[in-house]
Design a protein around this ligand. Structure first.
Ligand code: ADP
Ligand code: MG
Length: 244
């Protein structure tokens, strides 16, 4: 058995007197697509942020391919270089072209040469339907295109894990589909993905496993057919009835 790509073990996080994560255990295997669902404030973003070491856990461990990344001696930048992340608000640099946005981290963090980064960037943009945007500035792109560029940037250096946090929440409804299509495409390529989303139909269709968080507790997880079709826990059923 190879180690999970990412594994949270008894992860706890508290802000002030608010227990936001109350002992979460969650593992994602290589090539798996795991979707986190749960009400706003249930701790989805915080869990993703602990995995990227943006937030430090108060207790528990997070293993990245078997290595404890919550060990204080671990180089956080080196860990972050192994994980691709896309958030709700695409943070492309407005003064850089799409190609430069996509290749910046590869060049700065991964020390890939400018020519090699540009070659990979163009290749990936083309493969993912954005080839004609390489020379454009972000303000010439739709929100959906910007978010797709942010995803390309996140995967350019083949991260072990891709964390996606509500990547369609800030988009106009008609732009959501093209971003989710790209996630589908990445799943087809075998990318290991842990994503938080409000898009239940997408979760149902694309997730290998759905994880329901409530008040910082992992209440239930299972294949989408179980979670959406026959939830084992009343809180899951109640949440799904509410979000429709
Ligand atoms: P979700 O992504 O499921 O909506 P979050 O992880 O963003 O949930 O937030 C969970 C809870 O933690 C919320 O009550 C939020 O207000 C709180 N929280 C998140 N980050 C911080 C922070 N940096 N400081 C204080 N409270 C925070
Ligand atoms: Mg969130």
């Amino acid at each position: 058995m190879t180690a999970p790509v990412i594994e949270a073990l008894g992860v706890r996080k508290r802000f002030g007197d608010h227990d936001v994560l109350r002992g979460v255990d969650l593992a994602v295997a290589a090539h798996e697509v795991v979707v986190l669902i749960g009400a706003s404030g249930s701790g989805k973003s915080t869990l993703l942020r602990t995995m990227n070491l943006i937030e430090r856990v108060d207790d528990g461990q997070i293993l990245l391919s078997g290595t404890d990344i919550t060990d204080p001696r671990v180089d956080a930048d080196a860990v972050r270089a192994r994980i691709g992340v896309v958030f709700q608000h695409f943070n492309l640099f407005p003064h850089l072209t799409v190609l430069d946005n996509v290749t910046l981290a590869a060049r700065r963090v991964h020390r890939v040469s400018k020519a090699e980064a540009a070659r990979r960037g163009r290749e990936l943009l083309t493969a993912l339907g954005l080839g004609d945007k390489a020379g454009s500035y972000p303000d010439r792109l739709s929100g959906g295109q910007q978010q797709r560029v942010a995803i390309v940037r996140a995967i350019l250096t083949d991260p072990e894990l891709l964390l996606l946090d509500e990547i369609t929440s800030a988009l106009d409804p008609q732009l959501v589909g093209e971003v989710l299509d790209l996630v589908r495409e990445l799943k087809g390529r075998g990318t290991t993905i842990l994503m938080a989303t409000h898009e239940m139909s997408f979760a149902r269709e694309v997730a290998d496993r759905v994880v329901f968080l409530k008040d910082g507790v992992l209440v239930e997880q299972g294949p989408p057919e179980q979670i959406f079709g026959a939830p084992q826990h009343p809180a899951t059923a109640e949440f799904l009835a509410r979000v429709g």
